[in-house]
Design a protein. Sequence first.
Length: 144
Amino acid sequence: MKYILAHIETLVCLAGIGQICLAAGSTAIPGILKWKTELTKVHPLIRHIFWMYAGYILVINFCFGFVSALCAHELTNGSKLAVLDTGFIGVYWVSRICIQFFGFERKNFPTGKWLVLGEVVLVSLFLFLCTVYALAFYTNLQKL
């Protein structure tokens, strides 16, 4: 554990790169899940709100990634801002994991070995991000 905490800055940087990759890869999801076709079935206002939320999430993931990759030292220096930022990002990813397992009905998930593999990779990344930001939050609290 001491070894991991000693390298938290590197882990935050890697988490940033992971979030950038996640955001870039997320641009393929509308095509894979046929959002344009599926969203024609809902009211135009709902469709607009859905695309707006998807855009916000994409931008947030990119921003978390860039901040983490480019400012890992500042996110692990023990300042109040570092505590708050790593805590916020950690809560964001823990929320994502909770929604994944408690908010989605599994019966509606697409099937196929590539989609299942994609889900395993994504959930693994989400768990990595939860862990890294929780550890960063913890180490920042210890430095206060």
